[in-house]
Design a protein around this ligand. Structure first.
Ligand code: NOJ
Length: 536
């Protein structure tokens, strides 16, 4: 098998991409025109970037409105009432631009067009307006690092050394030696040259040292900001620039570019940008960089604590070391490397699932749920690709195709547990996981200390109970989460007076204490309690 064929097979297996071929028909270069800033008015409440709860959504998998088996923007719009009732205040849309992969969308072929299967720009505008009417912000995924190999800009550069777009990508006449990035060899052979594509042969990296490329991206960002989007999730920010085979990740230039983008967004009022750098997120959360980043690492430690039945030291370590208040926290997302669906992790252990969710929704940071997490959505029925198994159709009901589509078949098989774990069934059951999430989100929204308050741990490593306080503006909350599958007690600080506290979550629950010096909180197996100090 030739190298080219091996790469093509890999590209297909990993991203569902066809490798670029010189023989492919070339599409017209899409709109590259300059876009001037024209900030629209925002109706979102001041401070929205620091409070509330986001939902990450794959449009393809959320709701089909036209019976083609593929989720679309009109379908998502029809589910906004559900999201609002859940308490969601922000949506992160995984890529909605026209893509080559027609699946997760990170191989973009047109940065100013909507993926045809999702609808039109008018559908996007309608969705945005309806979300805003419900007080829900919308941020969209944006990929600055790479395009699709089928992007007409790359096709032009690939096909001719005379193309005006050659310098938009990264080329070498000889194969550079000594490179080994996370996907192995990042230099791909193409039309008697080598091009750099850190993820995959089907996703060539842009040359971000070319000012025209940066201008192109900044114009695209203004294009979407002018339409009213509230911010962006920036993909793969750790690999924007490379300086050598030994320095291809987290380079200073990455932060400089993100700072420019940050300044652009600041010109639009209160906007939010959050960056994805799984390897080293903290530097990207700096105001001199992206300003916020996903708290990779913390999610695995929270989940592991709930699984093990004791607080992992890594949770405390992450909370000390990461600038969590400026970060986006989460338990799972669309990438397998971040973990699997919680329904798989906590299969048969809903108590553990609930404890993990309660941890996420009471800690500092801006929490992001992954669509379906709130109902325990399972893995898509066997698919060869682990990532795709995380991206199954949302389960709305126990009716045909889980209420996702009226087509004969959804684009991907229903998740394994759709008949039991669907919105309709859980909505009716006050004790369901869905209602657990609803109540936790409502708590977070009603108690600002949980979003923006200080954090003080009252636990040490390996204890069964994670106890901590959150304080803001004279209001103090005490969170107690017993990860163990058996009852546990937890010593509270000297001077703790049970009578001074009232239970605020779950509604109607009672707190039990024993002893006085120190007072011990008594918790049932996997119990979660949140108390609030009564005003003195
Ligand atoms: C990170 C995204 O989360 C992942 O899904 C994608 O495949 C890569 N970046 C490449 O865009």
């Amino acid at each position: 098998m030739s190298l080219r064929r091996i790469l093509a097979a890999l590209a297909l297996a990993t991203f569902g991409l066809a490798l670029h071929g010189a023989a492919a028909a070339q599409a017209a270069i899409p709109d590259l025109g300059a876009v001037a800033a024209a900030p629209p008015a925002s109706t979102l409440p001041a401070g929205w970037t620091q409070r509330g709860v986001f939902m990450e959504i794959l449009v393809r998998a959320y709701q089909d409105s036209d019976g083609d088996g593929i989720g679309d923007l009109a379908g998502l719009t029809s589910r906004l009432d559900y999201l609002q009732a859940l308490g969601i205040t922000g949506i992160w849309l995984m890529p909605v631009f026209a893509s080559e992969d027609h699946d997760h969308g990170y191989a973009v072929v047109n940065y100013r067009a909507i993926e045809p299967a999702y609808g039109t720009l008018a559908d996007f505008d309608r969705f945005l307006a309806e979300a805003h009417q419900r007080g829900i912000a919308v941020i969209i995924d944006y990929v600055m690092n790479h395009a699709a190999a089928a992007h007409p800009l790359f096709e032009s550069a690939y096909d001719s050394r005379q193309s005006p777009y050659v310098d938009w990508f990264i080329w070498s006449e000889e194969k550079p030696k000594g490179w080994n990035t996370f996907s192995g060899e990042p230099w791909r052979e193409g039309n008697q040259r080598w091009y750099y594509a850190v993820f995959d042969a089907g996703m060539p990296d842009f040359n971000l040292r070319n000012p025209k490329v940066v201008d192109f991206h900044l114009d695209n960002l203004r294009f979407w900001l002018n339409r009213g989007v509230d911010g962006f999730r920036f993909d793969a920010v750790g690999v924007l620039f490379e300086n050598s085979a030994a320095a291809w990740e987290n380079q200073p230039e990455n932060h400089e570019l993100l700072k420019r983008v940050h300044a652009l967004l600041a010109g639009y009022g209160e906007k939010y940008m959050v960056c994805e750098s799984p390897g080293d997120p903290a530097p990207f959360a700096s105001p001199d960089s992206c300003g916020s980043a996903f708290a990779f690492g913390l999610q695995k430690h929270i989940v592991a604590s709930a699984q093990l039945g004791r607080l992992k030291d890594d949770v405390l370590y992450s909370l000390r070391k990461l600038p969590v208040p400026r970060m986006a926290t989460f338990l799972a997302n669309h990438d397998y490397f971040a973990g699997t669906r919680l329904a798989r992790t906590f299969d048969g252990d809903e108590g553990g699932y609930r404890a993990a969710a309660a941890t996420l929704l009471t800690l500092p940071g801006l929490p992001f749920l992954y669509y379906g997490e709130e109902i325990g959505l399972g893995l898509a029925a066997p698919v060869s690709n682990a990532d795709q198994s995380l991206r199954g159709p949302m389960s709305w009901s126990a009716e045909r195709n889980a209420g996702f589509t009226s087509a004969d078949k959804p684009f991907r098989a229903n998740v394994a547990n759709w008949q039991t774990h669907n919105v309709a069934a859980e909505d009716r059951n006050p004790a369901s996981l869905l209602n657990w999430y609803r109540a936790l989100i409502a708590l977070r929204k009603s108690e600002p200390a949980l979003s923006v308050g200080s954090f003080t741990s009252l636990s040490e490593r390996d204890q069964a109970v994670f106890a901590f306080t959150r304080e803001h503006d004279g209001s103090t909350l005490l969170v107690l989460i017993n990860y163990a599958r058996k009852p546990a007690t937890h010593a509270l600080p000297a001077g703790f007076q049970p009578g001074e506290w009232q239970v605020v979550f779950p509604q109607g629950a009672k707190a039990a204490f024993t002893g006085t010096k120190p007072a011990l909180a008594k918790l049932a197996a996997q119990q979660v309690l949140v108390l609030k100090k009564k005003p003195s």
